[in-house]
Write a protein that binds this ligand. Structure first.
Ligand code: ATP
Ligand code: MG
Length: 449
């Protein structure tokens, strides 16, 4: 197996001091799959103090001394070096507070979650693989190291980790492991919102997100009880051939892998069951569902302690995912004014993915085409004008005050008028033009008085 020069140098240094040292975990899995690892973790028989002594003269950060981890800055890159360890008692189905150090690699690999994550690579290039990780990697299988029930009972987060790896790598979960995930799913109630959010985000970003969302609905329902009513909810609509949850999973898979877009798609229709009505022809409607979904999204984001900016963007997009505007520059500008360029383009991607997950009819095709044209027009307006909010104007309040507008609300009113003039193409967004327009209008206002 190929290793970067810095990693080889680190391993060599530890070995020359008489310790065992290996690259371990995700980096071995990723290299064997032919993808570039995000980072290279190292494990060693050296105790943390011994590791520090080996790297005397280097910058060493005591990242998690309690867990045996020190970070060494080597060649400008940070590397985590962790002593072979064995996890202590698990409390409340979460990762342990205490660990004990061991001197054997096998013991260290045994505490790791899945066989594909429990491999190490030495300087000699050989792979240490006591639990059949390579075979599982070849067969595309996620399998627990050891007894699956026990492993999930030790740390319930592993249930979501299995789903994350299945989604990201496009793997299946091995039968015994899968059955144990389902049996132990309630233990996820003990895991913190932050950690659940992180794993759910990983699941959503994976290539197999739709399959994982569909297959593990009952597990997801433990951490997101709000999806319960959507599961199996028939829509009685000519636009849909799936239940609300099936459509949701489908829509997630149609979008580009952007976190806010995928979270929006996950939550966009959760308000449907509560707003369902059926007309005299037996057709289902969901009037007002985006608003109800937005409330549920807010509740979920809150419970998972999602950062404020992400939560705000997701909720806004959930609330605005429906409806359509005439496809012209005036409406593009209006929407740019409401959301700004970044969020509007994301919302349009949400709408595109949602539209793709509808039954293919002439009506749905027309709607899809409109979204694409609106998106192109939005890009064009952004490129050409870049002026959708008062702060985008080539003049500011100080310029107006310097020309005699008294400080106070009148400044804001003039800026709004200037923005309107730019958007209505009466005036270009250039300083000189804006000030000329301002002077002319003010004279008009004065004369009118
Ligand atoms: P990623 O590319 O997503 O970072 P990774 O495999 O590196 O994947 P990490 O969460 O960074 O995953 O963890 C590093 C390694 O630590 C894993 O490969 C696994 O061996 C072990 N590990 C991490 N979390 C757990 C856990 N909850 N239970 C058991 N082992 C774990
Ligand atoms: Mg990692």
């Amino acid at each position: 197996m190929q290793m970067p020069e810095n990693v080889r140098a680190l391993l060599l240094r530890l070995q020359e001091s008489g310790y065992e040292a290996y690259a371990v975990g995700g980096c071995v899995r990723d290299s064997l799959m032919g993808t570039e690892p995000a980072d290279w973790d190292i494990c060693t028989s050296a105790l943390p103090e011994e590791t520090k002594a080996c790297f005397d003269g280097f910058r060493v950060i005591e990242t998690g001394l309690k867990h045996g981890t020190v970070t060494v800055l080597y060649g400008g890159e940070p590397f985590e070096i962790t002593t072979f360890r064995h996890d202590g008692d698990y409390v409340n189905h979460r990762a342990p507070e205490q660990v004990s150090f061991v001197r054997s690699l096998r013991e260290d690999l045994k505490r790791r979650d899945f066989t594909i994550n429990a491999m190490a690579a030495g300087l000699d290039g050989g792979i240490r693989d006591p639990f059949g990780g390579q075979a599982d990697l070849e067969n595309g299988l996620i399998r627990c190291v050891g007894d699956a029930d026990r492993r999930f009972q030790e740390d319930a987060l592993r249930i979501l980790r299995a789903m994350r790896f299945a989604s990201r790598l496009g793997f299946q979960v091995e039968e015994e492991t899968e059955a144990a995930m389902e049996r132990n799913r309630k233990l996820l109630l003990e895991i913190s919102g932050e950690r659940i959010y992180k794993e759910l985000s990983g699941i959503l970003m994976g290539q197999n997100a739709p399959q994982v969302l569909e297959r593990y609905r009952e597990i997801l329902r433990v951490v997101l009880p709000e999806i319960g009513p959507a599961i199996g909810f028939e829509q009685h609509s000519p636009y849909h051939d799936k239940d609300v949850w099936g459509h949701t999973a489908d829509a997630v898979g149609k979008s580009i892998p952007d976190l806010e877009i995928r979270w929006t798609l996950l939550l966009h229709d959760l308000g449907k069951p509560e707003t369902f009505t059926m007309d005299s022809r037996g057709v289902g409607h969901f009037y007002g569902h985006p608003q109800r979904s937005e409330e549920l999204a807010g509740q979920i984001m809150n419970r998972l302690h999602v950062d404020k900016a992400t939560a705000r963007n997701v909720c806004t997009m959930v609330g605005k995912h429906e409806g359509s505007a005439p496809v012209d520059k005036k409406h593009v500008r209006r929407w740019l004014g409401k959301l700004g360029p970044d969020l509007l383009l994301k919302l349009l991607e949400v709408k595109r993915a949602d539209a793709l997950a509808h039954v293919d009819t002439p009506g749905s095709r027309a709607r899809y085409r409109d979204i694409l044209v609106f998106t192109d027009l939005t890009r064009q307006v952004i490129r050409e004008e870049n002026c959708f909010r008062v702060k985008d104007l080539a003049v500011n309040g100080r310029d107006l005050m310097a020309r005699g507008v008294p400080a106070g609300p009148e400044v804001g009113r003039w800026l709004e008028r200037l923005l309107q003039a730019v958007q209505d193409e009466q005036c270009a967004n250039r300083r000189e033009a804006l000030l000329d327009w301002f002077e002319t209008m003010r004279k008009g206002t004065l004369n009118a008085d």
